[in-house]
Design a protein around this ligand. Structure first.
Ligand SMILES: N[C@@H](CCC(=O)N[C@@H](CS)C(=O)NCC(=O)O)C(=O)O
Length: 221
């Protein structure tokens, strides 16, 4: 096998999750090497990555001689290998799907750094702050509108890179959103369930759920 994905600790690396998902959903064979990104071993482990990947971060896909060192680049590559089936064919829709991808890649208006991926696995969740609730409502409104526009079952009809990029976010938001609140966005709630039921997502999460939680010091107020 010539493709190696340097992935990350499964309950701590949302970026690796996205790249891994795109490769899996595209049916691409790869060898997975999980880099333990938990502290304190994180820095030593990532220092090994810098020998072949400038950002010293995961994910990295090494495909023969080629090193692809960003989750979005890996997702786009997976899509190309799969005959571009994970982006809409129509240029305006494709641009719109890429807008969701870019929004997520840029941290979803600051929401992701505040509500870390790790926190989705905490048994004791804190309530979202007023600001986090407002930001998450903004994201949910946008997803609901997009699902109405496409008619579902995914944001752009068929499963796309936009859905895959948003899986870790769907997880962290839903896990912090009481069911009665989430019911304000019925199509988002169904989309969440659909995403979480995918075999690829279940495979990653079954491993992630079996790991000791990764506590981040700034989670609790
Ligand atoms: N933009 C990069 C971000 C990758 C990233 O930040 N990965 C984290 C793990 S989830 C990491 O390895 N961070 C190393 C560090 O920040 O020192 C991508 O999309 O691949």
């Amino acid at each position: 096998m010539t493709r190696i994905l340097y992935s990350g600790t499964k309950n701590a690396s949302s970026w690796a999750f996205r790249a891994w998902l795109a490769l899996r959903e595209a049916g691409i064979e790869f060898e997975e090497r999980v880099v333990d990104i938990r502290k304190p071993q994180r820095f030593e482990n990532l220092n090994r990555i810098v020998e072949f990947s400038p950002p010293a971060a995961v994910p990295v896909l090494v495909d023969g001689e080629t090193v692809i060192f960003d989750s979005l680049a890996i997702m786009e590559y997976a899509n190309e290998l799969a005959g571009n089936k994970f982006l809409p064919r129509e240029p305006r829709l494709r641009a719109r799907a890429r807008s969701f991808l870019a929004w997520q890649h840029a941290g979803l208006s600051g929401l992701c750094p505040r509500l870390s991926f790790e926190s989705a696995f905490y048994p004791d969740k804190r309530a979202m702050t007023f600001d986090e609730q407002a930001q998450s409502a903004r994201a949910y409104d946008a997803f609901e509108k997009q699902l109405s526009h496409s008619g579902g079952p995914y944001l752009f009809g068929d499963l796309s890179l936009a859905d895959m990029a948003l899986v870790p976010t769907a997880l962290r938001l839903a896990s912090h959103t009481p069911g009665d609140r989430l019911s304000q966005w019925p199509q988002v709630a169904a989309w969440n369930d659909r995403l979480m039921a995918r075999e690829s997502v279940r495979e990653w999460l079954s491993e992630a759920n079996g790991l000791p939680v990764v506590r981040l010091p700034d989670y609790m107020p």
